[in-house]
Design a protein around this ligand. Structure first.
Ligand SMILES: NC(=O)C1=CN([C@@H]2O[C@H](COP(=O)(O)OP(=O)(O)OC[C@H]3O[C@@H](n4cnc5c(N)ncnc54)[C@H](O)[C@@H]3O)[C@@H](O)[C@H]2O)C=CC1
Ligand SMILES: O=C(O)C(=O)CO
Length: 350
């Protein structure tokens, strides 16, 4: 029997960053894969494949009514950049019954692991003492209660309680944290099922010693953590920023961390790469990570597994269960907010 055709146009990503060898083999066993190379797909290859394609996997999917007309058998569009882009006609896809899926849940393990690493490094003064040690100024056997704390029984807060936050909490569970979360799109039952107190942003910020910012960037939440919100954080508390700089007023964050009243561990920045002369580079109360939360060998392979699993479901006539479905989200809030262009440019230079 002929295998269904899929178009794999992952560039600017590398195919091997998305798929383990085993999942790439599963993909090829189940589907006739067009392109699948680490270079942009030539337009004529795409045009030639669309009439037979059941799925289009792309880091930069451009799907208009014309695309849908050219692809009468299309059942799914999978974006592999990390967020729903503005370049898809979501209404036209919904009308045609084409699933639009985002790979974003496939980052959860690697990003959660890094968030825990950043929290532990911040909470135990690891990076600070390491830097002081290099300069002969380290403090032997000192507790530093004004700065350091244990995650055991610690009040921990989440701003945004989606896939990455939930995975982070799963990893933190052995520390028995007392967990509060602010997420206006989560209901009480879902939070209760995870053992989390769903509450206001103010309470999360004022009652937690360690706060993870993990909300998706939307058209509504730019700079939602500003000077007023940061002022609620207790002295000596730590902000771990893992989702997007969009959520935080960086001028306010840099002001509040300058003298160490609060500290921050940051993986994502308003401009990436950060300017060589930025004050951030000289602020000892910041742990700086160059957008590497998912950057580890295999750190994006869950994406490939989810893609293969969901495409098998979709081509069997069932609903996808792994990737994020546009149909389940208010795409108006999300689409195009996260600009993939700087990430794509940095990725090209790896
Ligand atoms: N640092 C890195 O390398 C990476 C960062 N990310 C970022 O992490 C974000 C979160 O990823 P996931 O957990 O997989 O997404 P998700 O969609 O599962 O969860 C996002 C959560 O944010 C919540 N949210 C939206 N607006 C909010 C608001 N105003 N206040 C509080 N919560 C709000 C949503 O209700 C949702 O529960 C992504 O959108 C992406 O920007 C993702 C992968 C890698
Ligand atoms: O690490 C990556 O590949 C990302 O896109 C993070 O946002």
């Amino acid at each position: 029997m002929q295998k269904p055709t899929i178009v794999l146009d992952a560039y600017w990503r590398q195919v091997s960053e998305l798929f383990s060898e085993a999942d790439f083999a599963r993909l090829h066993t189940a589907f006739d894969v067009v392109w699948g190379q680490d270079a942009p797909i030539p337009q004529e290859v795409l045009d030639g494949a669309l009439p037979d394609a059941v799925a289009l996997i792309s880091a930069d999917p451009r799907v208009s009514r014309d695309t849908l007309e050219a692809a009468p058998g299309l059942k799914a569009v999978v974006e592999v950049s990390g967020a729903f882009p503005a370049s898809i006609d979501y209404a036209a896809c919904a009308k045609r019954g084409v699933e639009v899926l985002s790979c974003s849940p496939g980052f959860r393990e690697s990003v959660a692991e890094m968030a825990v690493a950043m929290a532990l490094a911040g909470a135990r003064g690891l990076v600070t003492e390491h830097e002081l040690f290099r300069n002969g100024r380290e403090s032997w056997l000192a507790d530093h209660p004004e700065r350091d704390f244990s995650l055991f029984d610690c009040p921990v807060g989440f701003v945004g309680f989606g896939a990455i936050a939930q995975e982070t909490l799963r990893l933190l569970r052995p520390f028995r944290p007392v967990v509060r979360a602010y997420d206006p799109f989560l209901d009480d039952d879902a939070a209760a099922a995870k053992g989390v107190i769903l509450t206001s942003l103010e309470e999360v910020l004022s009652q937690s010693r360690c706060i993870f910012v993990m909300a998706a960037p939307t058209v509504e939440n730019k700079g939602m953590i500003g000077a007023q919100q940061l002022s609620k954080m207790p002295n000596g508390s730590l902000l771990v920023l893992a989702s997007r700089a969009h959520l935080v007023d960086f001028d306010a964050l840099l002001r509040d961390t300058t003298f160490g009243r609060i500290r921050a561990a940051i993986d994502v920045f308003p401009q990436e790469p950060v300017d060589r002369k930025s004050q951030m580079r000289f602020n000892p109360n910041l742990i700086l990570s160059p957008h590497r939360a998912a950057a580890v060998k295999g750190g994006r392979h869950l994406i490939g597994k989810m893609i293969v699993d969901d495409l098998l479901e979709i081509t069997a006539g069932r609903a996808p269960t792994q990737l994020l479905r546009a149909a389940d989200r208010d795409v108006e809030l999300l689409a195009g907010v996260s600009d993939a262009a700087p990430v794509a440019e940095m990725a090209a230079k790896r």
